[in-house]
Design a protein around this ligand. Structure first.
Ligand SMILES: Nc1nc2c(ncn2[C@@H]2O[C@H](COP(=O)(O)OP(=O)(O)O)[C@@H](O)[C@H]2O)c(=O)[nH]1
Ligand SMILES: [Mg+2]
Length: 381
């Protein structure tokens, strides 16, 4: 486990924290722990860096100072930062996880994440049982941002399984990765498909709390609920838009996909929810819902002081699991092939359209020049 960047302190709105719904913040400040999960290559690491660099102005400097290499995440990796505004402090931990889906063993690729989440509850529970409860270390995860591949089709079986496992342990916030690769219409349809599957499969994703006493806040919270799953564009680069603004974004022939533009994606909505409006709601529901349900479950099935049994220790499950895993892998492989084909067709189509567009632009330029020359000639006469 690597611990990186102690980033410094900028104004991001955490001073708003004491005004959030649950006014239970300790004087010493709060700890907020986020996790990203999902298949590899969907932009999780890029998102984490984008979140830090849009929230903490000196983060990029810090990153170079600490020389954080850009690498494929192979283990659970924690980035820490302190956010502070007008004397109010939040310790922010962001946990980057290795993506799953590149192993043949897809079935248990989320198992390490599930165990990590359980381990944090376990460790906190043990500390609570100690007589001296001051200075507890708390790495319980308050929100897990789950990245979904922007296929346009729907959720894969692997996603459904993983989301079910995660949502019973942590506040799960599904997001559609790389939203810039879908058109606005495709994105809307895809969002609805994902929503339908979440409901049909009974996956309990995080519901931002609505404070009915504060009408403006309530409307905002409702709009946050409606926008789920959030579409995300992540980028660590500053690029220039055609109208001359410098923004975090991704440059294309047709223009710039902007991270912080609400017409382009829901990154800002998500960042607001996490840092400005619902940090304490996430913390409270972790405590009241997920930690409590872990504790109750453990109390019912274990003697005091006994270690938590790990699923894979039990040989009785082994055979059953191997069979299941095999079936599942086949299913996922088939789906995967279908997606790859569809993706390739799409890329071919996009390239064709881009070429068309370039040719059209070229002929427009030629025509414009012709017009210019003709106008000049006419002027001379
Ligand atoms: N088009 C697009 N590409 C992205 C986005 N976010 C990340 N990428 C690219 O996707 C690739 C994988 O990103 P990475 O963050 O390593 O993915 P991870 O494996 O999920 O951590 C990199 O080449 C990124 O530049 C995005 O929002 N849109
Ligand atoms: Mg990564």
């Amino acid at each position: 486990m690597a611990t990186t960047a102690q980033a410094a302190i900028q104004s991001i709105g955490v001073a708003n924290l004491p005004n959030q719904r649950h006014k239970i913040v300790a004087k010493s400040g709060a700890t907020f722990t986020l996790m990203v999960a999902g298949e590899s290559g969907l932009g999780k690491t890029t998102f984490v860096n984008t979140l830090f660099s849009t929230s903490i102005k000196s983060y990029t400097d810090n990153k170079t100072r600490f020389k954080r290499p850009i690498k494929k995440t192979v283990e659970i990796d924690v980035t820490k930062a302190e956010l502070e505004e007008r004397g109010f402090r939040v310790r922010l931990n962001v946990i980057d996880t290795p993506g799953f889906g590149d192993n043949v063993n897809n079935l248990d690729s989320w198992q390490p994440i599930v165990e990590f989440l359980d381990d944090q509850h376990e460790s906190f529970m043990r500390q609570e049982q100690q007589p001296n409860r001051v200075g507890k270390i708390d790495m319980r995860v308050h929100a897990c941002i789950y990245f979904i591949r922007p296929t346009g089709h729907g959720l894969k079986p692997l996603d459904i399984e993983a989301m079910k496992k995660l949502s019973s342990r942590v506040n799960l916030i599904p997001v559609i990765a790389k939203a810039d690769t879908l058109s606005r219409k495709e994105l809307a349809i895809f969002k609805q498909r994902v929503r339908d599957t979440i409901i049909a499969q009974n996956i309990r994703i995080y519901q931002p709390s609505v404070d009915e006493e504060d009408q403006r806040a309530a409307e905002h919270a409702k709009s946050l609920i409606d926008a789920m799953p959030y579409s995300i564009i992540a980028s660590e680069k500053d690029v220039e838009t055609p109208d001359g603004r410098v923004v975090k974004g991704r440059q294309y022939l047709w223009g710039v996909a902007e991270v912080e533009n609400e017409d382009h994606c829901d990154f800002e909505k998500l960042r607001y929810l996490l840092i400005r409006t619902h940090m304490l709601d996430l913390t409270a529901s972790t405590e009241e819902l997920h930690y409590e349900s872990y504790r109750t479950q453990q109390m019912e099935t274990r003697k005091f002081g006994e270690a938590r049994p790990r699923k894979f220790d039990n040989p009785k499950f082994k055979e059953e699991e191997d069979a299941l895993r095999k079936m599942f892998t086949e299913q996922v492989k088939l789906e995967e092939q279908r997606f790859r084909q569809w993706e390739q067709n799409l890329i071919a189509e996009r390239d064709r359209l881009n070429k068309d567009l370039e040719q059209t632009h070229a002929s427009i330029r030629a025509l414009e020049q012709e017009v210019e020359q003709l106008t000049m000639k006419a002027g001379k006469r």
